[in-house]
Design a protein around this ligand. Structure first.
Ligand code: GTP
Ligand code: MG
Length: 484
């Protein structure tokens, strides 16, 4: 053991020769008031520095502890149902938080009404023109043959639609205001159907909480806002008033024979949430409207990036922290998933089986079921994910059933489906076989694939499916814990 003397450059701060001490030393002319202010500043600086140290310490502890947590990734293309599944988890493991969010969903729901109404009006315009174009072309080729019957819609229908268009004109301005509010003015191009995306924590930003307050809530694990904060929102109140005053016109448009015709001949295809809210317009447009859980589950807003949700899930009476990562599924969002692959415990991959007649908004040449299969292949074969527990949800079974009941033919879009029966059971087993094959061909680790046929908006059915998934994840979790 050797003894060392202090190196010559190190001095105590009280050393009168130390240049730092000289700088920090209060001026000799300091008044009593200056001294009080200086001490106050020093105390503030210390408090901030201590709180940063404390935050860093907590971060380190959180990170250490989070190694034992379950990390569950919800993956799948846009509109596959990931955020809806997240809400079902929230409903089971943190119901009060969903309750607290209830009123904040009004802005999304109003947007989910206004957008399709404007789309219906656009389609009426577009196809009225297309019809008349078709007629001119036909007449030209028909030469001197007798003229065809007058094009529909009939003039009286035209007048009705024009009148509705006029009366619904306040919705045009509302549409962009709501879009702006939801996206925080950020437009995201090249990824997904609309330009409206939200990041994790959108509610606190949407309702104008100051950053400090939002952060404080996020840090305290509450990350939410209260009824009163939401109630004060002027734009949402205005939207409620406009939608309330337009409700009869919205209903009339929705039930109009011209719109029915466009829907029947599938020139107008509305998304499932649009149909849901338009079918419920009377209730949703009430001035004292408060969204039901079903409404929240049907509300649609695209996720941007990755949103983390934390739940405590009991295992043999002891809480285990689950981190649910709800990702944006549009092609332009998928690069944001990768940092979460490293330590994922489990994946739920959602593939909407109802999407066989749809194409990607990001690339209209790609059938959505085909995109799901390609994406599933990438997930199955990704070396970073090879140890993650794998669950597949063949989702939107209810939407599939209603499409098939309307007579939409699968083999028109998926030619390899051939002459198999156009029935739910047959379609589901056909798609399931394809996903299973992708898994089998990309399964070096011989991991099990757990498959469920789901409608994630169905709360009752989801309760038992989620508990089934939870048990299977915990089984693997305990096995790997035993190996450590
Ligand atoms: N009827 C029905 N609607 C569903 C089902 N799953 C999801 N939806 C609806 O489909 C829409 C899209 O669902 P989301 O959960 O937002 O989709 P997502 O996968 O999070 O989409 P991105 O955030 O864009 O990646 C929502 O309006 C849901 O209510 C289902 O099984 N049945
Ligand atoms: Mg989402």
């Amino acid at each position: 053991m050797i003894r060392t003397s202090r190196p010559p450059s190190v001095h105590s701060t009280t050393d009168p020769g130390d240049p730092l001490s000289l700088i920090l030393r209060p001026p000799t002319s300091e008044t009593e008031r200056d001294r009080v202010l200086r001490l106050q500043r020093e105390a503030d600086a210390k408090r901030i520095s201590d709180s940063i140290d404390e935050e860093l310490k907590l971060d380190r502890e959180r990170y250490k502890k989070s190694k034992q947590d379950v990390k569950l990734l919800l993956l799948g293309q846009a509109e596959s149902g990931k955020s809806t599944l997240q809400k079902q988890f929230q409903l089971i493991y943190n119901p009060t938080s969903l309750e607290e969010e209830r009123l904040s969903w009004r802005v999304v729901i109003y947007y989910n009404i206004v957008r399709p109404v404007l789309r219906i009006l656009e389609s009426l315009d577009l196809f009225a023109e297309a019809d008349s174009d078709d007629d001119t072309t036909t007449e030209k080729t028909q030469g001197n043959q007798a003229p065809r019957p007058p094009p529909s819609p009939s003039p009286s229908m035209d007048q009705q639609i024009s009148l509705l268009r006029l009366r619904l004109s306040p919705l045009t301005a509302l549409d962009s205001q709501l879009a702006d509010r939801l996206s925080g003015g950020v437009a995201v191009s090249g990824s997904g159907k609309g330009s409206v995306f939200v990041r994790s924590g959108w509610q606190s930003r949407t309702f104008g909480l100051s950053f400090g307050k939002a952060r404080e809530r996020a840090n305290s694990g509450r990350g939410r806002f209260s009824f009163t904060e939401v109630e004060k929102d002027k734009l949402v109140d205005e939207a409620a008033t406009i939608i309330h005053s337009c409700q009869d016109d919205i209903r009339e448009l929705w039930q109009h024979p011209a719109v029915k015709r466009l829907r029947d001949n599938r020139k107008l295809r509305l998304d499932e949430w649009a149909e849901y809210f338009l079918n419920n317009i009377e209730r949703v447009s009430q001035s004292n409207y408060s969204p039901t859980i079903d409404d929240i589950l049907h509300a649609r807003i695209q996720t941007m990036g990755v949103a983390e949700h934390i739940f405590e899930v009991p295992l043999h009476g002891r809480p285990v922290t689950w981190h649910l990562y709800d990702v944006g599924g549009a092609r332009g969002q998928r690069h944001t998933w990768i940092p979460y692959f490293d330590d994922a415990t489990a994946i739920i991959f959602l593939a909407p089986v109802s999407a066989f007649d749809q194409y990607l908004a990001e690339d209209p040449r790609v059938n959505r079921v085909d995109d799901s299969l390609q994406l599933f292949k990438q997930i199955c074969s990704n070396p970073l994910l090879k140890n993650a527990h794998l669950v597949l949800f063949l989702n939107k079974a209810d939407v599939l059933a209603s499409k098939l009941a309307k007579g939409v033919k699968v083999n028109k879009y998926i030619t390899s489906y051939g002459e198999r029966p156009n029935e739910v059971e047959s379609v589901v087993s056909y798609f399931k076989a394809h996903f299973t094959q992708v898994h089998t061909k990309n399964n070096e680790n011989k991991r099990v694939l757990y498959t469920h046929l789901t409608s994630v908006v169905d709360t009752k059915a989801m309760q038992s499916i989620i508990s089934n998934v939870r048990d299977s994840i915990f089984r693997d979790y305990l096995k790997s814990a035993a190996l450590v």
